[in-house]
Write a protein that binds this ligand. Structure first.
Ligand code: AHR
Length: 499
């Protein structure tokens, strides 16, 4: 079992936009209440934010966080979440059938973003609302002062505008589950008019139109074509979402699912380019993969949750080792299209299908998927190099010719470092991996990080938070002819750092 990869510093795919390492906080389950915020937690700061969670988020160096939804945003009145907290309404939240107390809203979230050192990606409600709420929220957020909404912000104690740059025009509007679900035509018209008005308030913003909720939607990819036809002049990005699961316990097939992500990305790029050609346009529409992850472990448990409580434990997937491997493959999939995937959000960040878990009043810990996400975010900045990969292949239930090796390299010119990310999909055998960095001259190996585990189903819990964690004793070595050789353990995620 031998795989090879050749990379050359002159053969590049594109610059990594650091925002592909974004994440997502929705008013859903315990993401906000019990996740980022818990006023009586022993680590709570003066605003009630959990400092233990802030530290774990900082460890990921998350550049952008999408907020406040998700399905939640399609029924949300942002005005309910600003001003004196004791005067904020408690409302029925229809997307997840809970009670929303509005203890946290727009301004508090902006404060939290500052504390963790991230930017916000805001979504406006185009489900139950429209042009007016979108432009008012933007005026409240970004206009300096001297108008009704900006002065209201000032009166709420926020003198300086928040200057949020990235705005999503609704969420998953193609999905029948969405409050205010629309046809592509209805949505495209509304998104275009809301986007135009928003740009008149603040011409410096970037706008993201809703693409498909997943590749299996019956309206995919006609949805993208119709929406972009109607919004081409107004928007900069089209969003796509995808979650995967291993419901049949077929791990070989599960680890191949990122190949579906590859073709999803390629089809959406093709659709963007078709519309650009049709419009005789200069502008390239890029992709915001603003929800992606593994999501299935919690499905049964969620169907039993009583409605109308505050912050029930919804979507609390406990991730295992194989989930971390697929997350690694999905990150590689996006890096391989770094020329067009400019933003992405692992969904979500805390408790809700998340790399970070907490107990109310108790511990916070790293799930298995924390590690590949952290490695990519920290080491995967720079220019992605074209990966010329040769690998033995296998077939799975849904995919043919699945390479055992999934790999990509990122060149950080500033630091003069190359990082190779590699997954060995083989479940029972190691893979011998040779990397040819022909144009890089002399270099040394800084470290070879490995995430491996005998048990594909091993996971981290509050009682045993370190059951799955990486080590740095991978065996990558320099060969006499100036290449790198490594044995990639069966079912492993690898980060080989070179300088
Ligand atoms: O991330 C969980 C949910 O998944 C989001 O609210 C929605 O956009 C998607 O269906």
């Amino acid at each position: 079992n031998k795989a090879t990869m050749i990379v050359d510093k002159d053969f590049t795919i594109g610059e990594v936009d650091k925002r592909i390492y974004g994440s997502f906080i929705e008013h859903l389950g315990r993401a906000v209440y019990g996740g980022i915020y818990e006023a009586d937690h022993p680590t709570a700061d003066e605003q009630g934010f959990r400092s233990d969670v802030i530290e774990l988020v900082k460890g990921l160096d998350v550049p952008i966080v999408r907020y406040p939804g998700g399905n939640f945003v399609s029924g949300y009145n942002w005005e309910d979440g600003v001003g004196p907290v004791d005067q904020r309404p408690r409302k029925l939240e229809l997307a997840w059938r809970t009670i929303e107390p509005n203890w946290i809203g727009y301004n508090e979230f902006m404060d939290w973003c500052k504390k963790v050192g991230t930017d916000a990606m805001m979504a406006v409600n185009l489900g139950t609302r429209g042009i007016d709420e979108a432009r008012n929220l933007l005026e409240y957020s970004n206009h300096k002062s001297g108008s009704y909404w900006s002065d209201l912000r000032v009166s709420h104690g926020y003198k300086d505008p928040h200057n949020v740059k990235t705005w999503c025009l609704g969420n998953e509007m193609d999905g029948p589950w969405q409050i205010g679900h629309k046809t592509a035509y209805e949505y495209g018209r509304l998104a275009n008019e809301a986007g135009k008005a928003m740009r008149w308030v603040d011409p410096t913003i970037e706008l993201v139109a809703c693409g498909s909720s997943n590749i299996a939607m019956p309206t995919f990819p006609e949805w993208e074509a119709t929406v972009l036809d109607l919004t081409y002049n107004t928007v900069d990005y089209i969003s796509i979402h995808q979650y995967y699961g291993n419901r049949d316990n077929d791990s070989q097939n599960f680890l191949a699912l990122s190949m579906g992500m590859d073709s999803y990305i390629d089809t959406v790029i093709a659709t963007c380019d078709y519309i650009q050609a049709k419009k005789r346009g200069k502008k390239k529409i890029n992709l915001s993969f603003d929800e992606w992850n593994v999501w299935y472990h919690s499905n049964d448990q969620d169907s039993k949750i009583e409605p109308w409580t505050i912050a029930p434990p919804q979507l609390e997937d406990i991730y295992n080792h194989e989930d971390a491997l697929l997350v690694g493959c999905m990150l590689i999939s996006m890096l391989k299209r770094a020329d067009r995937v400019k933003m992405a959000c692992i969904a979500q960040l805390v408790n809700v299908i998340a790399p970070i878990m907490t107990e109310n009043g108790g511990a916070a810990w790293k799930q298995t998927i924390y590690y590949p996400y952290m490695h990519a975010s920290i080491f995967g900045r720079g220019t992605v190099l074209v990966p010329l990969v040769k690998s033995p292949k296998h077939d799975t239930k849904e995919f043919t010719d699945v390479p055992y090796l999934e790999s990509v390299a990122v060149h950080n010119e500033e630091k003069n470092e190359v990082t190779v990310f590699a997954v060995n999909r083989h479940l029972s055998e190691s893979l011998s991996f040779e990397i040819d960095l022909r144009s890089f001259g002399a270099f040394r190996i800084i470290e070879h990080i490995v995430l491996e585990n005998e048990d594909l189903k091993a996971s981290n819990t509050a009682a045993n938070p370190d059951r799955v964690k990486p080590h740095t004793t991978g065996n990558a070595t320099l060969t006499d002819n100036g290449k790198i050789e490594a044995q990639l353990a069966k079912a492993s995620w690898n980060v080989i750092r070179i300088k």
